[in-house]
Structure formats: structure tokens, C-alpha cells
Design a protein around this ligand. Structure first.
Ligand SMILES: Nc1ncnc2c1ncn2[C@@H]1O[C@H](COP(=O)(O)OP(=O)(O)OP(=O)(O)O)[C@@H](O)[C@H]1O
Ligand SMILES: [Mg+2]
Length: 538
């Protein structure tokens, strides 16, 4: 099949790397026969070369000024992305580059349809192409879900709606999906009325005995205290002892192979009691008289911290579990969170009530549990899991912060190794620059939405291959719900109009004008009651 001939809209005046500079000869304000405006950023052009056509995307247009400063010609910057062969196939990359003086045409709608349909057999799409609105934007779903996605953009540009749309299409299409959403603002529940396990804020439970030793340390040991190392070693010792003495130990058949990291139930008071007894231990001296031992009083502050945190009502979800109180409950918790045999396809965990000091640990523990589950899962290749990290800059900061070390370690591990263990992730943020670089740089698909902060734009430009950096100039001009999708899971970097989710998440813009006009009576006592009890159901 030969590609369609189209009238020329300009000619190549410069080629550098993967970029072609095209002098426009057609009027950019008049539609071509193909129905598009020549030189529109985001539009597709083709440069015939022997039998094939080299395909490019316009990333920007500008006026070239002559010596006297007067505008002389219009130039379009084009990124060369692939080759359209005579048989109708489209291949990424350019084997033979065009040269200056060559004529440039626009890609005809049916050609664009063929190019964009590369992944049509996956049947998975969550939007339409901005340049060809009648066409679904099909993605290579295995790569999309398995090799990490970053959704980036200003507040209100449509990130949460995009993620909801992605997930709604996924759970409608895949009856055995396993998805965990860490929902920081409690927005997602309303978007998943069916097929979803919704864990409301006041029902979130992550029992302390699921924490591994590093996570315990992060919560209790203050690394700035001189006795930090001693604190860590007594904590480890006390936890292992407590795990060994539980009744279920015999049933689990682990014997002496128990480590401080194993997800085994133990009684927390036993740990506190043990450390308390070391703190007041007396030893007999050479004369046989009792005197304070070497650790006497060394853990006073540590014990206060242990007591204070374990009895803090805000940490009840961790230290006073009500439903996950022995080893027998762990399979149920994992089945729920991972949607195994529950008839659900997604679990939405509302973290809006988790105190900020504990957020890092909670995200870290959930991520690590999922990772370790699949690490030990003999059939992990048949059990792919998707993690969704909303507002990730809150707990995956780019700078080192001990409060979020647990989350960073666990999520960075998924970013780096998750692909091998069948764990993909979608990370969402409005401040890419403040987000862990390791996590972002491991993403293979970027859904870049409207982004106006120049620092963040520059940062996103650095994340994508050099050749695509020019396309990022479009970011500030994107519409709400429109994204530039770049990466291995799309045939071409394209602007996509994301489907409006149905139902929507609870993130609608507040109507200031209406409510400032109409007003509404408000029960302040009720607000306070919910606030004090930290419960949204009151
Ligand atoms: N694909 C879309 N189609 C139509 N409207 C949309 C779309 N995406 C977003 N919107 C509109 O934009 C509003 C904000 O979207 P959303 O909550 O997804 O933004 P956000 O980027 O997640 O913001 P934040 O960073 O503050 O969480 C929505 O309430 C909706 O009205
Ligand atoms: Mg959001």
C-alpha cells in the first residue's frame, strides 16, 4: 500500500539530530485538504524519502527575522519520530534522515489512523487523540501497567481524573486485575461503586506486627541520640523474643528461624516489658553486691517514646488493631488488599486520616508487603499487581528525610525491581521536582499534563529523552483533561484527551461564585465532632 501524496506545506531547511526545521510555505491559518492547520504544535508531518515517509511531530513554530529585524519566514520545529513504509507499516526511529530542501507534507488522517492503531490489538485506551478526535488512543497495556507511569501536572489539571479513567477502563476490561490505590485525600471511593474494596479512613488497619525491623526503627529510634545503636539492638532482641513466644509460632513451624523482619504476630506489651526490664537491670559486682547494670537508665527516653507512640490514639490503626490480631488474620488482609478471591478488582485505601508522621511508614509497609508477597509468590508471573501512589511528593521526597525513608526505600525498590516481580506503579504528583528522582526516572510512560512552573517543566524535560524535550514546550498550554503521553507504551508521543471518568472522583472544583452567592447553613458542632474523633462517617 502506498502512502497518500499530500500537497506540500513547506520544506526542510535544517536537520540536527532528530529535529528538522521546516520553513512553512502554506498559510498556517488555513486548513489543508486533510483538515488540519499547517504547523500546529502537536500535528504530524511527513517528509517523503524514496519509497517511504519520515514522520515528524511539530513541537513549536516561530518567525525567523531577517538582518533588518523584519520577519521573513515561518519556521516549524519538528521532531522526527518514525518511518512510514510503503506497505503501510509504521516503525519507530529514523534509519535514513531527510535532507535540506526536501518537501514536507501533512500526514493524512488514514495514515495517522494506521500509525496510532499500532496497539489496537490490546483494546485498551483511556482517551482520544487530540489530533484525531475520532480515534481512541490505544496503548500497549503490558508495558503501560508493567513498566511504571508518571502522571504529572499542576493542581486541577486533571491528574486524579486521568488515573481514575485509567483504572475504570482497566477494571471494566480485566476481570482479574489486582490494583491498590493509596488515596491520600479520600477522593477515589466515589469513583468505584462496583468491583472495589473500599477501605475507609477509619477502617484502615495496618497492625504493628507486620512492620519489619527497619520500619520499627524508623518509628521509634531517634538516630540523633547517642544510645541509638543500643536502642536498635534491644528493640531487635525484644521483638525476636516476643515473636518466639507466641502460640502460633509452633503452628507456623518456624522454630528458631524467626527473624525480626518476619510477618509474625507478637504481643507488643511483651516487647515494652522486656526493654523496661533491661532498663532497670541490676548486676552483681565483684564483691557480690547488686549494682545498676551497664544499660541501667539508658533507655529512659526511648521507653517514653515507645509508650507515647503506642498509646497515641492517632496510631490506633497500627498499635491497637481490632480485626487483624493474630497470624490467622494475615491471609485475609492480603486477600483483601490484593483482590484475591474477593470478587473485587481494586482496593482503594483511604489514607486521609493517617497522621503525617505515620504516612511514610504506612506507604512503606503496604508497598513492601506487596513487593515481598510477589517476591515469595511462586506464580508471580501470573499475578501482576498495580500500585497507585497519589500525591507522591508528600511521602517520596527528592531530599533525604528520615520520616519518609521507609516509603522511599520500598517504593524505589518497586520502581527499580518491580517489573521483574510483576509489580507496576502509577505515581502521581503536582511537584515533579520534589519527587524522588529514582522513582520518576524509572517510569517508562509519562502522562504530562498542564504544568506551568518553569522549574518543574525543566525537570520533566530532563526526564524524557533529549529528542522529546522540545515537545515539553507544549505543557503550559494543555487543556484540563488533556495530556502529552510519551513513552514506550504509545506508538508516538501524542496529545491525548483523557476520557472524563464516570463516575468521577470526589475532586470537583468548588463553585466559589455559587456558594458565596447562595450560602448554606453549616453545623459547626458536627464539623468539630468529626474533627475531634477523626471520623468522616459522623
Ligand atoms: N478528562 C477530563 N474531562 C473533563 N473534565 C476533567 C477531566 N479531568 C479533569 N477534569 C476537571 O478538572 C477538575 C480537577 O481534576 P482533578 O481533581 O483530576 O485534578 P488534579 O490534577 O488531580 O488536581 P490536584 O493536584 O489538586 O489533586 C475535575 O473536577 C474536573 O472538573
Ligand atoms: Mg488529584
Amino acid at each position: 500500500m502506498h502512502t497518500t501524496d499530500s500537497p506540500s506545506i513547506g520544506r526542510v531547511v535544517e536537520i540536527t539530530g532528530e529535529r528538522a526545521l521546516v520553513e512553512l510555505t502554506a498559510d498556517p491559518t488555513r486548513r489543508t485538504a486533510e483538515g488540519c492547520y499547517p504547523g500546529q504544535p502537536g500535528s504530524h508531518v511527513k517528509i517523503p524519502f524514496e519509497e517511504h515517509n519520515i514522520v515528524g511531530i511539530v513541537s513549536g513554530v516561530r518567525m525567523d527575522n531577517g538582518h533588518d529585524g523584519a520577519p521573513t519566514r515561518q519556521l516549524a520545529d519538528c521532531l522526527l519520530v518514525g518511518t512510514l513504509y510503503p506497505d503501510g507499516r509504521f516503525g519507530r526511529g529514523v534509519a535514513v534522515y531527510p535532507t535540506v530542501g526536501q518537501r514536507v507534507g501533512v500526514v493524512a488522517p488514514e495514515e495517522l489512523r494506521r500509525i496510532l492503531a499500532e496497539f489496537v490489538q490490546y483494546g485498551y485506551a483511556f482517551g482520544r487523540h487530540s489530533q484525531a478526535e475520532d480515534q481512541r488512543a490505544f496503548v500497549q497495556a503490558d508495558r503501560f501497567f508493567g513498566q511504571h507511569v508518571a502522571v504529572l501536572g499542576n493542581t486541577g489539571c486533571g491528574k486524579s481524573c486521568t488515573v481514575v479513567s485509567v483504572l475504570q477502563h482497566a477494571i471494566r476490561q480485566y476481570p482479574n486485575s489486582h490494583i491498590i490505590v493509596l488515596d491520600l485525600h479520600g477522593e477515589y471511593a466515589s469513583a468505584f461503586p462496583d468491583n472495589a474494596l473500599l477501605v475507609p479512613a477509619d477502617k484502615v488497619e495496618l497492625p504493628y506486627w507486620l512492620l519489619n525491623f527497619d520500619e520499627f526503627q524508623a518509628l521509634f529510634v531517634d538516630q540523633n541520640e547517642p544510645t541509638a545503636q543500643n536502642q536498635a539492638s534491644v528493640l531487635r532482641d525484644a521483638i525476636v523474643r516476643a515473636k518466639m513466644t507466641t502460640d502460633s509460632n509452633e503452628q507456623l513451624g518456624l522454630g528458631k528461624a524467626i527473624t525480626a523482619d518476619a510477618p509474625i504476630f507478637f504481643e507488643l506489651p511483651e516487647v515494652l516489658e522486656q526493654i523496661r526490664s533491661w532498663n532497670i537491670q541490676m548486676v552483681s559486682n565483684s564483691e557480690g553486691r547488686m549494682e545498676p547494670g551497664p544499660l541501667f537508665g539508658a533507655f529512659d527516653k526511648f521507653l517514653i517514646r515507645l509508650d507515647a507512640r503506642t498509646s497515641d490514639p492517632r496510631f490506633r490503626f497500627m498499635f491497637a488493631p481490632t480485626s487483624c490480631t493474630n497470624d490467622g488474620h494475615l491471609p485475609g488482609l492480603l486477600r483483601d488488599y490484593l483482590s484475591i478471591d474477593t470478587g473485587k478488582r481494586i482496593a482503594v485505601i483511604d489514607l486521609s486520616a493517617v497522621p503525617s508522621e505515620a504516612l511514610g511508614v504506612v506507604v512503606g509497609v503496604v508497598s513492601r508487603l506487596v513487593y515481598e508477597f510477589n517476591l515469595w509468590n511462586p506464580v508471580r508471573q501470573h499475578f501482576p499487581v498495580l500500585m497507585v501512589y497519589e500525591e507522591a511528593h508528600h511521602y517520596l521526597p527528592s531530599r533525604l528525610d528520615p520520616r519518609f525513608a521507609t516509603a522511599r526505600t520500598a517504593v524505589e525498590r518497586i520502581a527499580k525491581e518491580g517489573r521483574k516481580y510483576g509489580i507496576g506503579m502509577i505515581v502521581v504528583s503536582q511537584r515533579p521536582k520534589e519527587l524522588s528522582e529514582t522513582v520518576l526516572s524509572q517510569c517508562n510512560t509519562y502522562v504530562a499534563m498542564r504544568l506551568s512552573n518553569p522549574e518543574d517543566q525543566a525537570y520533566v524535560r530532563k526526564l524524557v529523552p533529549d529528542s522529546l524535550a522540545g515537545l515539553m514546550n507544549m505543557l503550559p498550554a494543555l487543556r484540563t483533561g488533556e495530556a502529552l503521553v510519551v513513552g514506550d507504551s504509545v506508538p508516538l508521543p501524542t496529545k491525548v484527551l483523557i476520557d472524563c471518568p464516570d463516575p468521577r472522583p470526589e475532586s470537583t472544583n468548588v463553585e466559589f461564585c455559587r456558594w458565596w452567592t447562595e450560602g448554606e447553613p453549616l453545623d459547626v458542632e458536627r464539623v468539630l465532632k468529626r474533627w475531634r474523633a477523626r471520623r468522616k462517617d459522623l
